[in-house]
Design a protein around this ligand. Structure first.
Ligand code: PMP
Length: 354
């Protein structure tokens, strides 16, 4: 019955999200969720919002939340755009700011949703190979293009590009929009938000899904100069005027206001990442340096698919990407709680026979 489909739908290759297993008692280290819960203040705020007022539409502009985000980053509220997860923010950015004559550029190994948006919005793109050591080389992006996008730190590698390199990229691309997807920046990198005032073509996207432990609430945002934000709002209000429901706005606001809790959680994840990477290196894994809440690692004696399958047999779920071939030997492992890391390390020891 695909004859009912539009031509666009026939041509789509949709994104495949990491598995959300229905089985209980799995050690779930496959989708980079935070192993700790959100701030208790978030839960209180969401509960308080579960009231009769749910019959009313939410604030279409999420004004209080945008003001809190703006205050945190030292920008104006009119420089903040919020959406239903950063995936939605990114989708609007592709449509609003990255659809031009020339192909846009992104790394060959990166967030696999980018080519999907290009397919949906019919945007031409060219992938730029990472270096042998899986790094972004800015010089490769100093060619004519319709825009540039990549995550920093990159996913699924976890590798960070230094802020002065991002500045060099911006200086060399004055006429195209550069989107820096900072989904994982709170786990170790310096944000490009500080460059927004100087670069009118820079859009920085963020999510509350990882560092704020709110993947289930679906809140993301972007920061840029007002002309970029206006473009995003034009798309949003041609698509869905109420992307954030009342619970999401209340919970996200409470999370933004509980900075101490947020910092504590990030510190714990970073400390656990160091322990995990060190222990795996001792077992003979090559672990890429990570500034994110996951690590990307390979073992010369075991293929990535084999590792993921062997872990799965031991009730531990990690992410394996078969494509591109260059990353097929790797597995991506989300940094979990101490107990989850202990279970993972014990299983890996058994698998690699240490
Ligand atoms: N960017 C990157 C690089 C990601 O890995 C993810 C998570 N899959 C997202 C954006 C989207 O996150 P969310 O929609 O939960 O904000």
């Amino acid at each position: 019955m695909t004859r009912f489909w539009s031509a666009v739908v026939h041509g789509l290759t949709p994104y495949v999200p990491g598995e959300q297993p229905k089985l209980a008692n799995l050690v779930k280290l496959n989708t980079n969720e935070n192993p700790y819960g959100p701030s208790p203040r978030v839960l209180d705020a969401v509960r308080a919002e579960a009231a009769d007022t749910l019959r009313l539409y939410p604030d279409p502009g999420s004004d209080r939340l945008r003001a809190a985000i703006a205050a945190l980053h030292g920008v104006g509220a009119d420089q903040v755009f919020v959406g239903n997860g950063s995936d939605e923010v990114l989708a609007h950015a592709f449509m609003a700011l990255l659809k031009h004559e020339q192909p846009i550029l992104f790394p060959d190994i990166t967030y696999s949703f980018y080519p999907v948006y290009c397919g949906l919005y019919e945007i031409a793109f060219r992938t730029v190979p990472l270096t042998e050591t899986f790094e972004i080389r800015v010089d490769d992006y100093l060619t004519p293009n319709g825009g540039v996008i990549f995550p920093n730190p990159n996913a699924p590698t976890g590798r960070l590009l230094a802020l002065d390199e991002i500045e060099r990229l911006l200086a060399g691309n004055p006429d195209s929009v550069v989107v820096i997807d900072e989904a994982y920046i709170d786990f170790g990198g310096q944000s490009a938000v500080d460059l927004v005032a100087r670069f009118p073509q820079l859009l920085v996207t963020r999510t509350l899904s990882k560092s704020h432990a709110l993947a289930g609430l679906r809140v993301g945002y972007a920061i840029g100069q007002v002309h970029l934000i206006e473009a995003l709002n034009r798309v949003k209000d041609s698509f869905n005027s109420y992307p954030l429901d009342r619970l999401a706005q209340a919970g996200a606001l409470a999370s933004m206001e509980d900075h101490a809790y947020f910092e504590g959680v990030c510190e714990k994840v970073v400390a656990s990442r160091t322990r995990l990477a060190g222990a795996m290196a001792e077992m003979g894994f090559e672990v890429l340096p990570s500034a994110a809440n996951f690590i990307f690692a390979r073992h010369s004696g075991h293929d990535g698919a084999e590792l993921a399958a062997a872990l799965r047999e031991r009730s531990i779920v990690v992410r394996h990407f078969g494509q591109p071939a260059r990353i097929a030997p790797f597995v991506r492992i989300t940094v979990g709680t101490d107990a989850q890391i202990d279970a993972l390390l014990a299983a890996l020891k058994a698998i690699v026979n240490c």
